[in-house]
Design a protein around this ligand. Structure first.
Ligand SMILES: N[C@@H](CCC(=O)N[C@@H](CS)C(=O)NCC(=O)O)C(=O)O
Length: 211
């Protein structure tokens, strides 16, 4: 498989973790999201993903899949072991809820495109943008901290799609210096995941395009 990725992209980071957990070999095609206004805006990448965002995954049959959660569910359906969603429907809905809380409610508000729009189109100062970023991460993390159980992972004893979304969001928060000390459960889940090779190999620092 081929993954269009950017080392710091948390959506691509999610897919890298899922590929590693499944033991699926893949090659990375880096797409620089910052240089020259973003190589993702070039026509050649637009032809891959009309939304001009990473990740995009090319399957062995040549299909191009976009949207990290759709890609992860495709990987889970085609490579069932280890499962990334619990079997029990209630536990499954809860794991998806944590993943959606991050992917739908936190991440879009601190993504490179919207932040760039706040700065360039809306003329916001960097300090206001940082305050915005911190606010939405803290708002989401407060809910997550209340929803996470006794661990070791976000939904209990097994790694799920919730952990796959949480770890990259924590990476983002730390990079932007959001204070996380008031979230002991979130920090503990992060530490438990980071002991796993699949998570470690997916870290931005371990990518071929890392800077
Ligand atoms: N909901 C999408 C989000 C994809 C996304 O926004 N990717 C970001 C990087 S994390 C991106 O490519 N941004 C480029 C831009 O907005 O210009 C997913 O889960 O795949």
């Amino acid at each position: 498989m081929k993954l269009y990725s950017y080392f710091r992209s948390s959506a691509a980071y999610r897919v890298r973790i899922a590929l590693n957990l499944k033991g699926i070999a893949y090659e990375t095609t880096p797409v620089h999201l910052i240089k020259d206004g973003g190589h993702n805006k070039r026509p050649e990448f637009r032809a891959i993903n009309p939304q001009m965002r990473v990740p995009a995954l090319v399957t062995p049959s040549g299909e191009i899949l976009i949207q990290s959660l759709a890609i992860i569910e495709y990987l889970d359906e085609t490579h069932p072991q280890p499962p990334l969603l619990p079997r029990d429907p209630i536990a499954r809905a809860k794991a998806r809820a944590l993943a959606d809380l991050i992917a739908c409610d936190i991440h879009p508000l601190n993504n490179v495109g919207p932040l760039r729009y706040l700065k360039n189109a809306m003329g916001q100062a960097q300090s206001a943008i940082d305050a915005w970023y911190h606010h939405w991460i803290l708002d989401g993390f407060e809910a997550l901290e209340a929803l996470i159980g006794s661990g070791p992972y976000a939904c209990g004893d097994e790694v799920t799609i919730a952990d796959i979304c949480l770890v990259p969001q924590i990476y983002n928060a730390r990079r932007l210096k959001v204070p996380l000390d008031k979230f002991p459960k979130i920090n503990a889940v992060d530490a438990a995941c980071m002991k796993l090779a699949a998570f470690d190999r997916a870290r931005p620092e371990n990518q071929p395009d890392a800077e």
